[in-house]
Design a protein around this ligand. Structure first.
Ligand code: AMP
Ligand code: MG
Length: 349
């Protein structure tokens, strides 16, 4: 938090260039005018990127259909993929949804602000473009001081998908966003540091007769079920109900190969023997293979989840041919991690 704009070359974080620091990437914690400038841009229909606890978002006022259309075109996002609307108060929630089921009240009490998006019957004022024409809207309250300050200052909800071009890995640092969009298209990126979770929110559909998990995230099934009972649906069913899951996601600039812990060194050796530039991202023990261009071993699952997208970005920057990634058990946070990794590796959703 104490880094200043005039930091020497050796002290700049690796994800930012000298030109960006002090330019369109601005830190509200040491630049109090940044949030007010963001509000001015948003009111003028311009997109602004901002940090959340999950990933960085690309925001537009949710009730301004032209501003939202700009987000779709900037990202190259298919029109049938609805956006999550972010809010900071109960008053904002009232403008978005047509009533709250009992389960929603309990979940909001327990998990907001936090990485849980709820799909609820939509209010009449929500533009069709936000919901892709569905009669429901996804809403959440982010748990990040910069996101909440921005929403409070704007005084209205923000539709905000992840701040990356469609199909690419999500950004978990301001520098990842800067690498995706030209300054002329995205004049301001609020920098809140690396995202704490580093994985997009859990999406839970409350519009049917029982709660249904549409996308796993940092709030796990194991945390949700004690509050709302067993979740409906089998893995794979969600795509029909959550249009975004039908599209290709998280494609990095290199091949991603998933391997069991016991097979990691064999897979790395095979790729190295083929003359490839190889990276390894893992959480379990084992010997470090030599000759790797990137090696990241993290101590636990939460750190693994936080580092997934940053590692995919780094693999591209380092021009790896292949990133070998350890498979983890799809339980708890592991379900969300494996969902992102499988899709980064090219598997169907
Ligand atoms: P992203 O903006 O990339 O985090 O993706 C938002 C996710 O939420 C996508 O998977 C969407 O399909 C899903 N989503 C948003 N709104 C709805 C909705 N009304 N019904 C079902 N899924 C939704
Ligand atoms: Mg996204």
């Amino acid at each position: 938090m104490s880094r200043s704009r005039g930091a020497g070359p050796g002290r700049l974080p690796p994800d930012r260039t000298r030109a960006e620091v002090g330019g369109r990437i601005r830190r509200p914690d040491c630049d109090p005018a940044a949030v007010a400038d963001a509000v001015r841009l948003l009111r003028a229909g311009q997109p602004v990127a901002f940090p959340t606890e999950t990933v960085y978002g690309l925001g537009a006022p949710a009730l301004d259909h032209r501003a939202v259309a700009r987000i779709f075109s900037l990202k190259g996002r298919p029109a049938d993929n609805p956006l999550i609307v972010h809010l900071s108060s109960a008053a904002m929630l009232d403008t978005l949804v047509a009533g709250l089921p009992e389960a929603a009240e309990a979940l909001i009490k327990r998990f907001w602000p936090g990485p849980l998006a709820l799909v609820l019957p939509r209010a009449a004022g929500v533009p069709d473009i936000v919901t892709a024409g569905l009669d429901t809207v996804a809403v959440r309250m982010p748990d990040h001081p910069v996101a909440l300050a921005l929403l409070d200052a704007l005084g209205e909800p923000l539709a905000a998908p992840s701040a990356n071009r469609s199909g690419r890995p999500s950004p978990t640092r301001a520098g990842h966003v800067a690498a995706e969009f030209e300054p002329a298209d995205l004049p301001l990126i609020l920098d809140g540091g690396p995202c704490v979770h580093g994985l997009e929110s859990t999406v839970l559909d409350l519009s049917g007769s029982s709660p249904r998990l549409l996308r796993p995230g940092a709030v796990t099934t194991e945390q949700l079920e004690p509050v709302v009972g067993p979740l409906a649906g089998k893995p794979g069913e969600a795509a029909a109900r959550s249009p975004g899951l039908r599209h290709r996601h998280y494609m990095p600039d290199c091949r991603v190969v998933l391997a069991e812990p016991s097979a990691l060194s064999v897979v790395c050796a095979r790729e190295l023997a083929a003359g490839h530039r190889v990276g390894l991202f893992c959480v379990s023990g084992g010997e470090r293979p030599s000759g790797l261009a990137l090696y990241r071993r993290v101590p636990d699952l939460a750190t693994f989840g936080r580092a997934v997208f940053a590692t995919l970005h780094e693999a591209g920057q380092l021009r790896l041919d292949v990133l070998v990634v350890e498979r983890v058990s799809p339980e708890g946070l592991g379900l969300a991690i494996m969902d992102r990794l499988r899709r980064a590796a090219g598997a169907e959703a």
